[in-house]
Design a protein around this ligand. Structure first.
Ligand SMILES: NC(=O)C1=CN([C@@H]2O[C@H](COP(=O)(O)OP(=O)(O)OC[C@H]3O[C@@H](n4cnc5c(N)ncnc54)[C@H](OP(=O)(O)O)[C@@H]3O)[C@@H](O)[C@H]2O)C=CC1
Ligand SMILES: CC(C)CCC[C@@H](C)[C@H]1CC[C@H]2C3=C(CC[C@]12C)[C@@]1(C)CCC(=O)[C@@H](C)[C@@H]1CC3
Length: 342
């Protein structure tokens, strides 16, 4: 039977590389590229069809950062497919990243240098903002939109794979401020929250046949990293990066290498996976790719609390949306009556 794989943020970087790798693995797959920008989605589809001319590649308009868009896209998915074999929750943003050069140079001469290169701990901050749904943009995109999509598609789903990050850190996340309104590490917080949510989903849903995993692709040259330093700079220092790769196998560098763990999970039996592990894409100094599980720093109790808080927020957001829709209908009726009278 034809398997259906839906990938969010599939038009560039790691998501697009994953599409290439999955089509090479199984040319009979039906891929659904869920993207916010249809022009970029079309370009990605054309690129995939150039290398896999008989591939089945569908497009879906989805802005994971918008509640309305997620709900409409979910309706469309339910109309199109009976089931989704794999849902890759890959779309992600890191807006206005700022590198603390002082901390970076201090870190270079500290015992934590390898850890700094692997996780960017202590050297990277972001500036977040509210979106039109009144949610913090990074939280909405990296976590909540995906949560809502899962909730909408649940009966169709069996495997979930989150593109998380080794930048996810417990100390960046606060249960009292899960959207990270206060701090300047919204990316780290959202990725830690996705790790927790994955564990909670496994705890709640494994018995119903739904399995969730998280991966870290390593440091990869994509639009996301070109937002931190310009692409010409990365190209300039590439020899240094290859050198660093000898000491930290987390410098996977290319989207193809970064997609290693995403591809590896596609080939695994879900029962054999560890719900508390993050699966890391790694590349050795000689350029060999492999996947390695590493334990996550997560409490089961806390992950359940986050799950309940997300359910509460979902209720609130849905109520707000239906009130807005009712208001709009009311003004349309009033406007209709007015035009009838005049
Ligand atoms: N690059 C790296 O070193 C690392 C990346 N990651 C994670 O990997 C994932 C993929 O990122 P990467 O490939 O690096 O970067 P890219 O910027 O190339 O890819 C991100 C993808 O997400 C899409 N996207 C962003 N916001 C939305 C939205 N609101 N709705 C729908 N799609 C959206 C982008 O679409 P558009 O083109 O329209 O912007 C793009 O296709 C992210 O979750 C990122 O956090 C994790 C660790 C390291
Ligand atoms: C190597 C160069 C001489 C200097 C590069 C310094 C920094 C720009 C990088 C060092 C560690 C990097 C890193 C990320 C971004 C760029 C660095 C801070 C990430 C935060 C990118 C997104 C992720 O999700 C993480 C896994 C990356 C961790 C390492």
């Amino acid at each position: 039977m034809e398997r259906v794989v839906l990938i969010t943020g599939a038009n560039s970087g790691i998501g697009l590389a994953l599409c290439e790798r999955l089509l090479t693995e199984d040319s009979q797959l039906r891929l659904c590229l869920a993207c916010r920008n249809m022009q970029r989605a079309e370009a990605a589809r054309s690129a995939l069809l150039t290398s896999h001319s008989n591939a089945h590649v569908d497009l879906l308009q989805l802005d994971v950062g918008s509640v309305q868009s997620v709900l409409s896209a979910a309706q469309e998915v339910k109309a199109r497919y009976n089931r989704i074999d794999f849902l890759y929750l890959n779309a992600g943003i890191m807006p206005n990243p700022q590198l603390d050069l002082n901390a970076f140079f201090k870190g270079l001469f500290s015992r934590n240098v390898v850890r700094m290169f692997a996780t960017a701990e202590g050297i990277l901050t972001q500036q977040d903002r509210l979106n039109s749904d009144g949610l913090q943009e990074v939280f909405a995109t990296n976590l909540f939109g995906h949560f809502l999509l899962i909730r909408e598609l649940e009966p169709l789903l069996s495997r979930l794979v989150w593109t998380s990050s080794s930048n996810a850190r417990r100390s960046a996340f606060s249960m009292e401020d899960m959207q990270h309104r206060e701090g300047r590490e919204s990316y780290s917080s959202s990725k830690y929250a996705s790790d927790m949510l994955s564990l909670a989903l496994n705890r709640q849903k494994n018995s119903q046949g739904l399995f969730s995993s998280v991966i870290c692709p390593g440091l990869v040259m994509t639009n996301l990293t070109y937002g931190i330093l310009p692409s010409f700079f990365w190209t300039l220092i590439m020899p240094v990066m290859w050198l660093i790769r000898i000491f930290t196998n987390t410098f996977t560098l290319t989207p193809h290498n970064g997609a290693e763990a995403l591809h590896w999970l596609f080939l695994q039996n879900p029962e054999s996976l560890d719900p508390r592990a993050k699966y890391h894409s790694l590349t050795s100094g000689l350029g060999t790719n492999y996947t390695q599980p590493r334990q996550m720093d997560i409490d089961e109790g806390a992950s359940d609390v986050l799950y309940s808080k997300l359910l509460e927020l979902e209720k609130e957001v849905r109520r707000k949306l239906s009130e807005e829709n009712a208001d709009e209908e009311m003004s349309a009726v009033k406007y209709g009556l007015l035009t009838l009278q005049t």
